[in-house]
Write a protein that binds this ligand. Structure first.
Ligand SMILES: C[S@@+](CC[C@H](N)C(=O)[O-])C[C@H]1O[C@@H](n2cnc3c(N)ncnc32)[C@H](O)[C@@H]1O
Length: 265
């Protein structure tokens, strides 16, 4: 079995639990798109949006409400099943979901969109960012844009158990090429025995070069102290979904955002 098949199996195990959690979060009015994302995305009215690695579609639902139409893409059949159920539950109709591996999306899906959206725990599950960049260019209209908000690779290096106690210790090398194999997906959910989940370290240069070589122009690259989940020992705002260590006023970034447009039309 390949790494992506293992990841498919691992994410499939938690699809129903994610559906239950996100359904409640949407009903409770949790800001699933945090204030940085909301601010940087701006007004999406009238726009068609494709949301890559949409999980059970909660953010896709928020995006559909902001734009004309949203389509979510995910590798895992269970995620697509629960994404459709979640949008049905909430009566959202300007939305679709498709099951696909982002690494193969450019070969299979030929619609063009105003916005490609990627966020929060997405990039590291992809083994080849060159293919990611090519897929994004393929999906964008010539006047469209890509928006990404994800974990900063600087933060990904640290042992978070130690960070919770204020100790900064590099566990995962920045230039590491082999994927990290874990028996969980970083959630507290209990997983089946023999679960394997493969996560690839990405560098800032990987992010930028994969997009520019696909014909995109980076409009901005921003860095933020806060993370989008509590990695342990963090303070934060559950409703805003932004968390940070009390000691990290100015030490390191936990997340980044970037916006890119098409220059090679
Ligand atoms: C942390 S979740 C992303 C969550 C997202 N921010 C959201 O909307 O809630 C990562 C997602 O990536 C998906 N995924 C992992 N590898 C993938 C691939 N090769 N192609 C498409 N989706 C993939 C997983 O199934 C999972 O739903």
């Amino acid at each position: 079995m390949k790494e992506i098949d293992f990841n498919n199996q691992a994410w499939g195990q938690i699809a129903e639990r994610q559906y239950v959690w996100f359904r409640q979060a949407l009903l409770d009015g949790v800001h699933l798109l945090n204030p940085y994302i909301q601010d940087e995305l701006g007004n999406l009215s009238g726009k068609s949006i494709i949301h890559l690695q949409c999980n059970v579609g909660a953010d896709t639902i928020v995006l559909a409400k902001m734009g004309k139409h949203a389509i979510g893409v995910d590798l895992v059949p269970g995620n697509i099943f629960y994404a459709k159920k979640l949008s049905d539950d909430l009566g959202v109709t300007n939305i679709d979901f498709i099951e696909a591996d982002i690494m193969k999306l450019a070969e299979k899906h030929h619609e063009k969109y105003d916005v490609v959206f990627v966020s929060e725990g997405a990039v590291g599950w992809l083994p080849d960012l060159k293919k990611w960049g090519t897929a994004i260019r393929h999906l964008l209209k010539d006047d469209g844009f890509l928006y990404v908000f994800d974990t900063h690779p600087f933060f990904l290096m640290f042992d978070t158990d130690k960070l919770a106690n204020g100790i900064m210790d590099i566990q995962f090398p920045y230039f590491g090429k082999d994927p990290d194999v874990d028996c969980s997906l970083g959630y507290t959910y209990e997983m089946e025995k023999n679960t394997k989940a493969y996560f690839w370290m990405y560098k800032i240069s990987d992010l930028i070069n994969s997009l520019t070589s696909a014909g995109l122009h980076i409009e901005y690259f921003n860095e933020f102290r806060e993370l989008f989940f509590n990695a342990g020992g963090m303070s934060g705002h559950d409703k805003e979904m932004l968390f940070n260590y009390d000691f990290n006023n100015d030490k390191f970034p936990s997340t980044f955002s970037l916006k890119a447009t098409v220059y090679n039309k």
